[in-house]
Design a protein. Structure first.
Length: 173
């Protein structure tokens, strides 16, 4: 039964998994959240399929969870940056109209939702190439897939993002 396998994995790999996640995420709180999410995903996966190497599969899930958490944190940092004195000076000077800032943030949120809706491997490829500035070859090597698959994932991701509804443009108003 699958819960017994989960309990065994937790007993045998739990401490090592938590250290692995702490090293990837750099925060004990984030590692604890990722640890829990990893086991939930593992439980879900085991209900749908048989896993030949459960320990390796567990760590692959943990790696994906940590990557997603790091990317989300990075994206949220971009979306929800605090307003600085320089921003206030630009607004006061008319450099950045408030309407343009609102539209830009709406576009970023739309893009974040679109990226989050991508299948996991497609999202991972997209974020590696577009946000971490890896070449297609570097992303392929890191993920253990062909360069051709990286390009297919990128095309799929870009088409998906373009299909999302656009925010209102100032020129259209």
């Amino acid at each position: 039964m699958q819960p017994t396998l989960i309990e065994t994995l937790h007993r045998n790999e739990g401490v090592k998994l938590r250290r692995f996640l702490l090293r990837l995420l750099g925060s004990a709180d984030a590692a604890a959240d990722a640890h829990q999410e990893t086991y939930l995903r593992m439980l879900g996966a085991l209900s749908r399929t048989t896993v030949e190497h459960p320990s390796a599969f567990l760590f692959q899930i943990a790696n994906n969870v940590a990557l997603r958490m790091r990317n989300r944190r990075s994206l949220e940092g971009t979306l929800f940056q605090p307003v600085t004195d320089l921003d206030l000076a630009r607004i006061a000077d008319g450099y950045a109209m408030p309407e343009r800032q609102v539209i830009a943030r709406q576009e970023l949120r739309r893009l974040a939702v679109a990226i989050d809706a991508l299948p996991p491997r497609c999202r991972e490829v997209f974020l590696l190439v577009r946000f971490e500035n890896l070449s297609n070859g570097e992303a392929a090597a890191r993920l253990g897939i062909s360069r051709n698959m990286v390009e297919k994932h990128l095309i799929r991701a870009l088409l998906h993002c373009r299909r999302q509804p656009q925010a209102t443009n100032l020129r259209d108003a």
